[in-house]
Design a protein. Structure first.
Length: 129
């Protein structure tokens, strides 16, 4: 990966397109948004695979994220609250929670920050017709 300085941040070209990064949201993704997105996207992708292997009948997953930052000069991410909203049929909450535990243990991004950022996770099941 190669990142090039722009007038308001940095950019990098990937197979899917150009990623613009800036501390000013009007010029690109803010670094903390990318951090949260990498953990939500990674854990959600692993969760989908785990639930498929468990033969859970899932139609859709949404992940809601709340972030707590230190507020200091560096303003580090202290805590993330991730709510996994699972849409499906005849879903057992305990099985879904177990799948989420397995997913978090196998998500490289979550494991990379586990000693630095508190990650709280919740599950909400929405029955599909």
């Amino acid at each position: 990966m190669k990142y090039k300085m722009t007038e308001k941040g940095f950019s990098s070209d990937f197979e899917y397109g150009t990623l613009n990064i800036s501390s000013e949201s009007e010029y690109g993704f803010r670094p903390f948004q990318l951090l949260v997105s990498s953990i939500a996207g990674c854990s959600g992708g692993v969760l989908r695979k785990v639930m498929k292997k468990m033969r859970l009948d899932v139609d859709h997953i949404e992940i809601e994220a709340k972030v707590t930052r230190s507020g200091g000069q560096v303003n580090i991410v202290k805590k993330m609250e991730l709510t996994y909203v699972i849409y499906g049929r005849a879903l057992n909450e305990e099985k879904v929670k177990k799948a989420l535990d397995v997913a978090m243990k196998n998500c490289a991004m979550a494991q990379s920050v586990k000693d630095a950022i508190q990650i709280d996770k919740k599950v909400r099941i929405v029955p599909s017709n």
